[in-house]
Design a protein around this ligand. Structure first.
Ligand code: FCB
Length: 435
């Protein structure tokens, strides 16, 4: 389906008391992934992994998560009432294909209802085919290291295209391939926890081929009458800067990391993206450390910086640089994730306003940004961090499953409803922004 994107770029300069208005048709949403919110995904590789002691910081397994498998109507109702006009979610492969080559049509019906529920509310849908979790059978036969992994992923994607294609506006084939590589095969804190340079290289090549195959499968199944389906990936983009400004090694290392982490996957999948999906969380001040092999030869410095509950530097301004960096591909950009862990919500409202302001400046500078999806709609299971990182616009009490919108949800609501940043928000919340 074509993007409805009618306005001219760059945007006109507003008067200082006017709302910073975004292009017409801009997507304002939030993002989640199946394993993190649904609950009951006991056929997934993570289900074996997160129950092992030491695999999550708080010792918690995902378990029932937010029970969104059953409460999606309530959650989407909330998202819509909070002014959001789009939503990003993923399907759980282990539900759709519980055993190799066997499709569970009841689960297809379930996901059709989920997507229809969004459509009924007038929301655009963005569907992730694979967001980190694998069916147990796929993991048992070697996961992405197995020779025919790409064929199996392609078959699964083609099945989704056939069964759900009419209800999806934007497809994400793979969420954060490089993060998956680092976590699962580099430092080994995610399944299968197989560290080593050879698995890293092998899986990198497989993921490249898997994306290309899925991209083609989706276009073959869904392009018709001159309309092209929109397919991309969600790429975690890190803005790197040298810690020691004068240091040549730090600077060279920053260039190397930028190339490897931010660009290598795109370089290998040229002509297989209709948009660039950007997940922005990290601004890394990098210090090169030749002896720290286990840390990939570097250290990230956060002293004198404001950080989130997980200790990640909060740096909304650098999203401007991230967008400029990804603009080199000459494609539309969708911000497919951005957010912070902040349980008491003291920092999130400012962070949202400051970030959206930078996105606005990037658009004015000529970057074709078409949507922003906040991570996340609700608090959820944060992988190896268990339930310690609270990323939701909406707080979840996991004992009762009660949802309570945080103040930031209403700040974001105002932005969504206005399709821009009212100067009152800039004045009151942005006032005192130090970033
Ligand atoms: C991203 C992941 C997402 C979530 C956020 C906080 O890297 O895509 O699942 O964990 O980080």
């Amino acid at each position: 389906m074509a993007l409805d994107y009618l306005s001219e770029l760059p945007l006109p300069r507003p008067h200082k008391h006017e709302t910073r208005r975004f292009p017409e048709g801009f997507l304002w949403g939030a993002a989640t992934s199946s394993y993190q919110v649904e609950g009951g995904n006991d056929n997934s590789d993570w289900h074996d992994w997160d129950r092992i002691e030491g695999h999550t910081t708080d010792g918690a397994a995902a378990g029932a998560a937010c029970d969104q498998y059953r409460r999606y109507e309530e959650d989407f109702g909330l998202a819509a009432s909070l002014g959001q006009n789009a939503h990003r979610l993923s399907v759980e492969w282990s539900r759709i294909e519980p055993r190799e080559g066997e499709w569970d049509m009841d689960e297809v019906v379930h996901y059709r209802r989920v997507l229809e529920s969004l459509r009924r509310r007038g929301m655009k849908t963005m569907l992730t085919v694979w967001h980190f979790t694998l069916p147990k059978w796929f993991a048992a036969r070697g996961g992405w290291e197995a020779r025919d992994a790409v064929r199996l992923f392609e078959r699964y994607t083609a099945f989704l295209a056939r069964e759900l294609g009419d209800l999806v506006d934007f497809w994400i084939t793979i969420n954060e391939p490089m993060v998956y590589l680092v976590q699962s095969y580099g430092i080994g804190v995610w399944p299968p926890g197989r560290k080593g340079p050879w698995p890293v290289l092998r899986v990198f090549r497989r993921l490249v081929r898997a994306h290309r195959a899925a991209y083609r499968a989706l276009h073959e199944a869904l392009d018709r009458d001159g309309r092209r389906v929109q397919v991309g990936i969600a790429k975690n983009v890190i803005t790197y800067v040298p810690y020691r400004r004068q240091s040549l090694v730090d600077s060279l290392f920053v260039r190397l990391l930028n190339r490897l982490f931010n660009h290598q996957f795109f370089r290998k999948t040229k002509h297989h993206h209709d948009f660039i999906g950007v997940n922005y969380y990290f601004h890394y001040r990098i210090r090169y450390l030749p002896t720290k092999i286990s840390q990939f030869f570097y250290e990230v410095h956060t002293e004198n910086r404001e950080v989130s509950d997980l200790g990640w530097e909060i740096n909304p301004r650098a999203i401007f640089n991230a967008l400029m960096e990804m603009n080199r591909y000459g494609l539309p950009i969708l911000i497919t994730e951005n957010g912070i862990a902040n349980a008491d919500d003291a920092k999130r409202p400012r962070m949202i306003v400051a970030t959206i302001k930078e996105v606005y400046h990037a658009i004015r500078a000529g970057v074709d940004v078409r949507g922003y999806f906040h991570w996340s709609l609700i608090d959820n299971f944060e992988w190896e961090k268990g339930y310690t990182g609270r990323f939701g616009l909406v707080a979840v009490d996991f004992a009762t499953q009660q949802r309570t919108p945080r103040r930031s949800a209403y700040v974001y609501q105002e932005i969504c409803r206005e399709n821009g940043l009212p100067h009152t928000l800039l004045k009151f919340i942005g006032h005192g922004i130090r970033w």
